[in-house]
Design a protein around this ligand. Sequence first.
Ligand code: URA
Length: 224
Amino acid sequence: MSTKNITPEQILGVMGIEVWQDKETATATETAAPANPATSPDWQKLEQTVKNCTLCALSKSRTQTVFGVGNKKAKLMFIGEAPGANEDLQGKPFVGRAGMLLNAMLQAIGLNRDEVYIANILKCRPPNNRDPEPSEVEHCTPYLLQQIELINPKLIVAVGRIAAQFLLNTTEAMSRLRGRQYHYGPKQTPLLVTYHPAYLLRSPREKSKAYIDFLAIQKALQEL
Ligand code: URA
């Protein structure tokens, strides 16, 4: 089913959030260049390297690697933690229930998945969805850094505590990390933090805060 005609209010309804807002503030934003299907040699090489990676033990338990999806020229890049069971089976990030909620939140600010790029810190699923081990993060980080370099996003969103703490090199709590803009890496790319949708599924009362984060994402994109 096409979601093109669904209003932000309807999507927020699906997310379980009731909002009254000025319609103009929910207007869709043009945020990404049209998808470029031409895959450069750099991308091909990187995807192949990730596919064949055996640098850590997760390579033994994975069904497949989960590289990343979306527009390789996107202005907006989401970075999550690691694939879960559905992602491990399908080979794509954020395709389970948490992924559906992420899609809904994107729709709420007038975006769809194909316009942004979505990747994780780890490219393989940790058993039982445990937190990534430092050594796993260390081995996988170069892949993420190359993705960031190739995409050259104008805004990065860290999805959840693990991604936020990793990208910002901090141990601060989510409650303190949200709601501020940071700058990441050599290009000092603007970076925002939002709750992980899996957390929102467990704590639906926090969805309204996540909606505020997404409005901040929309505003930051408009100001680029
Ligand atoms: N959680 C993540 O952080 N990434 C996924 O791809 C799925 C769930």
